[in-house]
Design a protein around this ligand. Structure first.
Ligand SMILES: [Zn+2]
Length: 59
């Protein structure tokens, strides 16, 4: 289902430690960060930019 695909793409928990991500919005977009800095998502809708930063990649 499309809905479950979206849920996978936009996780609200850190893939490394499973902690809930801290999300914050600002005037141009939003960021979601792991409280322990494993993972970070940034989206700037106005600029069409989406960035995912993983501190310690796992496969
Ligand atoms: Zn984490």
């Amino acid at each position: 289902m499309i809905k479950s695909l979206l849920a996978k793409l936009f996780k609200d928990t850190c893939p490394a430690c499973g902690e809930a991500l801290i999300s914050s919005r600002n005037s141009i977009g939003w960021t979601k960060t792991c409280p322990q800095n494993h993972y970070k998502e940034e989206s700037y809708g106005v600029l069409g930019v989406y960035i995912v930063t993983k501190g310690s990649p796992r496969h």
